[in-house]
Design a protein around this ligand. Structure first.
Ligand code: ZN
Length: 432
């Protein structure tokens, strides 16, 4: 197989810049990223790297910034059709929009169609890995993994477990959710680049018995993830307190069934106590910061400084369809504003870290993806400095890399993504 060297301006992270400063990132104004058999063979200054790879075919990327593929740590593929649904907050939003949309996934053909649209949209936006909710139907996950495998993507997905407080046609039972999840794990987990996540929707829609069986699935299947929601909305938190009166707080519901661990990801976490942050940290669990969704359905402001103070790993989530954009660049833009409202500056380096290596770490996939260290799977994208007239105009005024990067992240969206490479192979990202 041939060796390819991508030459251009490139930036990637070795660690969290909030903790390790300038040692956390590498920037090459004229860099070379060498790909051999789908993996990174070398990355560095082009003049140093290319002489060692004389056989490589060189592909130049002018006027672009080459970065690792973006990572979306929380998103619902069955909710593609309800993006931009008007006028409700979480609990009403589930009843009025989400459940009717998800009910359509009992049809495999519908699940196939939406899986394709969803994955093509992710790629068009430069997102190469995601942790994804299916619907309650096992076939929704079969459809998703089939489509992800066809595109050779590193993806994690799971069937929703939900046995109460939802319409009857969307409810499973503790036993069927256990059996269906186990069958999906057997069929898909670890196949190629795919991984499974045990996925109770959130505490209010699962009985104690179902949550206990979710814990059993984790215990008996090493390496699978846990994916759920926590403390997104005030009414939701009050409801959880009513439903689980014996638990000290929301996190304690999940904790009592052993759902907290290195591969557990909790979406939102907007209304957590000090105890809950401390327990998330102690259990090495992860949280998805979903600013577009948190603003769109009016849930609240994520306290990134609190997560940082407790050392809890954070990734970005678009939370489609609560979120109103597939773009992690738009997500970074809203994240910046959410932090501004809390007198916290979210730097461009930290933002891009959270959208790449930080997201990979939150999913415990950093051994495989997230940066350009040798051996990593070669998922990467180019961001175009001249994607729009405004971007080109504004970039021309920038004097430093950080200024340029900040403008690119704030003004960027799907139009900014020039190309997407999966395991070194360029993907067609615009079927229209
Ligand atoms: Zn969600």
């Amino acid at each position: 197989m041939s060796i390819v060297a991508h030459r251009g301006e490139m930036l990637h992270f070795l660690d969290d810049p909030a903790q390790h400063g300038d040692a956390a990132w590498q920037y090459f104004p004229d860099g070379a990223l060498v790909i051999e058999q789908g993996h990174v063979a070398a990355c560095g200054d082009a003049r140093a790297v290319l002489p060692q790879w004389r056989a490589a075919e060189v592909i130049a990327h002018p006027d672009c910034l080459l970065v690792p593929g973006l990572v979306d740590t929380h998103v619902h593929y069955p909710q593609c059709e309800i993006i931009a649904a008007y006028g409700t907050q979480l609990l009403d939003w589930l009843q009025r929009y989400t459940f009717p949309a998800e009910a359509r996934f009992h049809e495999r053909a519908h699940a196939d169609r939406i899986s394709a649209i969803f994955l093509d949209e992710l790629l068009r936006n430069g997102t190469t890995t995601a942790l994804v909710f299916g619907s309650v139907h096992a076939q929704s996950v079969d459809a998703f993994f089939t489509a992800a495998a066809a595109r050779n993507l590193r993806m994690i997905c799971g069937k929703v477990m939900m046995d109460r407080n939802a319409p009857a046609q969307l409810c499973d039972t503790p036993q069927t959710s256990f059996a269906d999840s186990q069958a999906l794990i057997d069929r898909w987990h670890g196949k190629g680049r795919l991984g499974y996540a045990v996925t109770p929707r959130f505490a209010p829609t699962s009985s104690d018995q179902q949550l206990q069986l979710a814990g059993q699935l984790l215990a008996q299947n090493a390496g699978v993830h846990l994916h759920t929601h926590i403390a997104e909305n005030i009414q939701e938190c009050e409801w959880v307190a009513e439903l689980f009166p014996a638990c000290a707080d929301y996190l304690a519901v999940y904790e009592q069934y052993q759902l907290l661990g290195r591969r557990s990801l909790f979406a939102h976490g907007l209304h957590l106590s000090e105890r809950e942050w401390a327990r998330l940290s102690a259990c090495e669990a992860n949280v998805a910061f979903c600013p577009t969704s948190n603003l769109f359905i009016g849930s609240g402001l994520f306290a990134l400084q609190k997560a940082d103070a407790h050392g809890v790993r954070v990734g970005f989530g678009t939370d489609i369809g609560g979120g109103d954009s597939f773009s992690l660049l738009r997500t970074i833009n809203e994240a910046y504003k959410v932090q501004q409202l809390q007198q916290n500056n979210l730097s461009p380096l930290r933002s891009l870290y959270l959208a790449t290596l930080g997201g990979a770490r939150a999913l415990d996939l950093h051994q495989s993806i997230g940066n350009f260290t040798p051996g990593k799977e070669a998922d990467f994208i180019t961001l175009k400095y001249r994607a729009t007239p405004l971007l080109e105009f504004r970039i021309a005024t920038c004097k430093t890399l950080l200024e340029k990067l900040f403008v690119l992240l704030m003004l960027g969206d799907d139009r900014t993504v020039g190309g997407v490479w999966i395991m070194g192979k360029q993907m067609k990202t615009d079927a229209r």
